[in-house]
Design a binder for this molecule. Structure first.
Ligand code: UDP
Ligand code: MG
Length: 139
């Protein structure tokens, strides 16, 4: 994946609250093209692997429970400067600190249940996209 792609998940709280449509509308109207997308559910092993970097953090157990409790929407998105622009669109990890109009400001409840994931680097975007999608599922 080149530097024009990022990876996102609409987390279980977004699916539970019926926010798939409104969040995808924000994403596409902000200039991101959907390259790949699916409704899926993380296993405990999936979530532990995906968030391995946080395994020593106090919130790790709760994070794995949250991320596996129901379906998510996984997607690869394309846009110039995708990783940085998508992080700007979703806002700060803590929705209380996320700027007005950002996805987390609009749709997230707390620093733990914060509606969406966005890759933090081109390298991780490629790893995370490949975690969910094969080449023939990318358009
Ligand atoms: N998280 C949490 N408590 C914290 C920090 C993070 O529950 O104090 C959760 C939250 O769901 C966050 C995820 O762990 O999105 C990954 O944390 P990270 O610092 O990578 O934030 P992000 O990159 O998602 O903004
Ligand atoms: Mg992160």
């Amino acid at each position: 994946m080149a530097n024009n792609r990022t990876f996102t998940m609409l987390k279980p709280d977004s699916v539970e609250k019926g926010n798939i449509g409104p969040i995808l509308e924000k994403i596409t109207s902000s200039g991101f093209r959907i390259v790949a997308m699916k409704l899926t559910q993380l296993t405990t092993a999936d979530a532990e692997a995906f968030y391995d970097i946080h395994k020593e953090r106090p919130f790790f157990g709760d994070l794995v429970t949250y991320m596996t409790r129901g379906p998510i929407v996984a997607a690869i998105l394309e846009k110039d400067n995708a990783v940085e622009d998508f992080r700007a669109l979703i806002g700060a990890t803590n929705p209380a600190e996320a700027a007005d109009g950002t996805i987390r400001n609009m749709f997230a409840d707390s620093i733990s249940e914060n509606a969406v994931h966005g890759s933090d680097s081109d390298e991780n975007a490629a790893i995370e996209g490949a975690f969910h999608f094969s080449g023939r599922e990318m358009f």
